[in-house]
Design a protein around this ligand. Structure first.
Ligand code: SF4
Length: 392
C-alpha cells in the first residue's frame, strides 16, 4: 500500500465507522478505442490476466487494511468490464465478498459494451449477484456509431439490452450521447424513445466531450466533421428534459433519468459525498476529506509501481464540495444543514456569500428555494457549469 495512505489508515477506518462504503473496480481494457475516448484504457489485453489478479489482491489488501468495512454499493466499470473472462469475474466477485462486509449491499452494477456481451456471461454475472447493468449504447444510428468508433451497431445495442433482460437483469441502464457530429435533435429523441421502449429503468445522457487529443478531435480540427453548436446542444437537452418524463423517466441529476425508485445508488453516493473506494488504474477514491487517484499507466499499475495522486481537502474545500455536488441533484440540498456545518467550521461568511449568489440566481429563474432547501431549475441545469463554478 502507498505509504501516504498507510499513514492515514486509522482516520480512514474511523470515517467508515459512521457509514458504509461504495466499492468501484476499474477494468482498463477495450476491444478497440472509440474515436472520442480519453479514458485510461488499452487494447493490449496481454496484460488482462495480470491486471485481474492484481485487482483481486488489491481488494483483499484494502479489505484487511480497513477492517472489512460494510459496503452497500458495488460498481464494476471501465474500460469494458464485459471483457473479463467468467473466471476473472468470479475471482473478483469472490475477493469482494471475502474482503468486505456485503451484508448491507443494495446494488451491484456492471458496465458492459453491447459489442462484447453474450447470454452465458450475463447469466453467470447475474448468478454471482450482479443485479444492475449499464450498457454503453451512445446512439441507435449505425453511421453515428461508426463515427464514434463504437464496436457495435444499433441492432446489437438493442439486442444486448434484450439479452441482459433475459439473463435476469431487471435493472438496466443505457448511456445516450448528445453532441455527436451529424446527430439531429429528432434523432436523439427517436433514440431515447426506442431505448425507453425496451423497458430499461435508467438513462444517462452524456455530452460528447472532446477536451483531449483524440481521432474525432483531429477530424473536427481538420474541418472533416462539424460539432453541433452550443445552442443546438442546449435545444437537445431541453427537449429531453420535456420528453423523458413523459415516457416515465424523471430527471434526478443533471445527466441522469430514472423510473421512480430506480436511481443509481452507487452514483448517488458521489453527489451526496458519501465514501467510495476505487481500485484499479486511474480509479478515484474519497473517504472523509481524503481523496486520491491511482496511477493510470499499465503495466506500472499492475506491477504496483504507479504513482498515486493524493490530496487532503482543507475544511473550506470539503465544505464547497457539498453544494458543488449536491446541486447536481434535482432534489438539491438542505442549506440549513450546510449553514450549520459552515458555522461549526468558522466558515459562515463563505457559506453566506454562496447563499447570496444562489438567491440572486433564484431571481433569474435559475435556482429554486423552498424554505431552506435549494435546487437548480430546469434552466439552471442547462447552464449548471457556470453556476457550479462558484464552488471551485
Ligand atoms: S468502450 Fe468506453 S472506455 Fe472503451 S474506448 Fe470506448 S469509450 Fe473508451
Amino acid at each position: 500500500m502507498n505509504p501516504e495512505l498507510e499513514r492515514r489508515l486509522p482516520a480512514l477506518r474511523r470515517a467508515l465507522q459512521a457509514e458504509p462504503l461504495g466499492l468501484y473496480l476499474h477494468v482498463p481494457f477495450c476491444l478497440d478505442r472509440c474515436t472520442y475516448c480519453s479514458f485510461a484504457t488499452t487494447r493490449d489485453r496481454s496484460l488482462q490476466p495480470e491486471t485481474a489478479r492484481r485487482l483481486a489482491e488489491e481488494v483483499a489488501e484494502w479489505g484487511r487494511a480497513l477492517g472489512r468495512p460494510a459496503v452497500d454499493t458495488l460498481y464494476l466499470g471501465g474500460g469494458t468490464p464485459s471483457l473479463l473472462t467468467v473466471a476473472e469475474l468470479e475471482r473478483l466477485t469472490l475477493a469482494m465478498r471475502e474482503a468486505f462486509d456485503l451484508s448491507p449491499l443494495q446494488e451491484a452494477t456492471l458496465e458492459a459494451n453491447p459489442g462484447t456481451v453474450d447470454r452465458a456471461w450475463l447469466e453467470r454475472a447475474r448468478g454471482l449477484g450482479w443485479d444492475r447493468i449499464s450498457l454503453g449504447v451512445q446512439a441507435l444510428d449505425d453511421t453515428l456509431l461508426a463515427r464514434l468508433g463504437r464496436i457495435h451497431g444499433a441492432d446489437q445495442a438493442l439486442e444486448a439490452l434484450a439479452l441482459a433482460e433475459r439473463a435476469g437483469f431487471q435493472r438496466r441502464s443505457a448511456d445516450l450521447m448528445v453532441g455527436i457530429p451529424g446527430q439531429s435533435l429528432s434523432k436523439v429523441l427517436a433514440d431515447a424513445r426506442a431505448l425507453v421502449a425496451t423497458g430499461l429503468e435508467h438513462l444517462s445522457i452524456y455530452l460528447l466531450d472532446l477536451d483531449k487529443a483524440c481521432p474525432l478531435r483531429a477530424d473536427i480540427d481538420a474541418g472533416r466533421l462539424t460539432l453541433p453548436s452550443e445552442d443546438e446542444v442546449a435545444d437537445v437537452f431541453e427537449a429531453l428534459q420535456e420528453e423523458l418524463p413523459r415516457l416515465g423517466l424523471q430527471p434526478y441529476e443533471i445527466s441522469n433519468y430514472a423510473r421512480p425508485g430506480a436511481e443509481s445508488r452507487h452514483n448517488n453516493r458521489y453527489w451526496e459525498r458519501r465514501p467510495y473506494l476505487g481500485l484499479g488504474p486511474s480509479a478515484a477514491s474519497q473517504i472523509g476529506d481524503f481523496r486520491w487517484t491511482e496511477g493510470s499507466v499499465l503495466p506500472a499499475w499492475a506491477e504496483g509501481r504507479a504513482e498515486l495522486d493524493f490530496q487532503e481537502l482543507d475544511p473550506a474545500e470539503a465544505l464547497a464540495e457539498i453544494p458543488l455536488l449536491g446541486l447536481r441533484l434535482h432534489r438539491g440540498l438542505d442549506w440549513g444543514v450546510l449553514r450549520a456545518r459552515a458555522e461549526a467550521l468558522n466558515l459562515r461568511p463563505l457559506c453566506d456569500a454562496w447563499e447570496a449568489r444562489l438567491r440572486a440566481l433564484a431571481g433569474e429563474g435559475l435556482a429554486i428555494w423552498e424554505a431552506d432547501r435549494v435546487h437548480l431549475s430546469s434552466r439552471g441545469m442547462l447552464v449548471s457549469n457556470g453556476i457550479l463554478g462558484m464552488f471551485t
